[in-house]
Write a protein of this length. Sequence first.
Length: 244
Amino acid sequence: MQERRVVKADSSARSELEARGWVVIARSWGAGLTVDDASHPRLSALRDGVEPLVTVRELEPADVDAVLALDRETLDDYPGDVATAHEALTEARATPTPDHRGWGAFAHDAHLVAMTFVDIGREVVETDFTVVRRGWRGQGLGSAVKSASVLALSEQGHVRFRTGGSMDNPASIAANRAVGYERDEEWLTFVADGEGLRGRPVRADGAGRSNGDDDTDSRDPTRILRRAGRTAQLGRSVGMIVPW
């Protein structure tokens, strides 16, 4: 795999890479949400609005097989490059814990059709990922499970939330905007020789390949580096997103 560098769009490193002939092959974003009392009616409406289709609830350790099955089915659906890539879940990562919690949407046949996982830090709750099963996208399920997570955690005293994803994922951008997230960061993935995602560099205006509807949540640009066992060089700020 060619060498990649993920840098903030407004950093000096961007100019240095561009001067050396590096090319942008993917763009990603980060967003924040601070919850207050005024947020609750909007979040409740997004969560409850899908009730005719599904049941939304917090995931439990007993749901691990369903989580793994949905993850396997949607593993190739995450757009972007290394900054928003998604690694297949292990049983450990698919099992909710006090610091790694998940919410899911279950169809009437009891199949899990959407889920989101978050990592709970001391100051900020960060989205790990969010995904919706093919055939169920475009019906607000991604926004519903994310809203459910924010509502539940805000009632337990958490007020600051982070998420993010690929610029190639307009559906997830819109869904997160509906939840109340405000974009405040842009990250660029550079490659040295211009050979990019599927061999196509991203244009200067940020346009790239289209991925249709979107429904997952992605991690920050350092997520892949951390999972590869390397030390993170960038601040944690971006969540990860896939088709909703």
